[in-house]
Design a protein. Structure first.
Length: 170
């Protein structure tokens, strides 16, 4: 049985088979030229969990959203889950852009998203994963960095203002 590339409801996505130990004593079944051996092995798997925050790379842009590579699988980031803004799709440039914020998402961008839906494939299917970026500190890494800098500047200004107000009272 081939395990690599398999999707299982209990194991998740099987990426690799490691630490293989084959019992040298096997069985021969009459009429079959092969020998059968007991094998112990470990699996490297990826099991996406709902509410888990992951980082990935945008691998494809479509009019309905973006596909984000998280581990061995691509998750769908629907346009309604990208940001709190009206989103337009520029097919020629392969960009999703916010109308008010002018924030752009394009192929190759790195994003932080939260897993909202997991449907592991049955009977050899590849499964589907849905993600969102409509929460604080989620989205394109560049946006998150700018938001943090903005918050730090605001906090620094508040602290300075409080210090100034405190020193003028004395």
């Amino acid at each position: 049985m081939k395990y690599e590339g398999m999707v299982d409801e209990e194991l998740g996505y099987v990426i690799a088979v490691t630490k293989i130990k084959v019992n040298p004593f096997g069985k021969i079944i009459p009429g079959d030229g092969a020998t059968f051996h007991k094998v112990k092995f470990s699996l490297l798997t990826f099991f996406p969990k709902i509410q888990e925050v992951v980082e990935g790379e945008v691998v494809e842009i479509a009019d309905f959203g973006a596909f984000i590579r998280i581990g061995p699988v691509d998750a769908l980031l629907h346009v309604s889950q990208l940001m709190d803004d009206y989103i337009s799709h520029d097919e020629r440039q392969g960009v999703l852009m916010g109308k008010e914020t002018k924030r752009k998402l394009t192929t190759g961008d790195h994003v932080r998203v939260r897993i909202t839906a997991v449907s592991l494939g049955r009977g050899g299917g590849s499964g589907k994963i849905g993600v969102t970026a409509r929460q604080p500190f989620l989205g394109k890494i560049e946006w998150i960095t700018k938001d943090i800098e903005k918050i730090e500047k605001t906090e620094a200004a508040k602290t300075k203002e409080a210090e100034t107000a405190g020193s003028s009272e004395t």
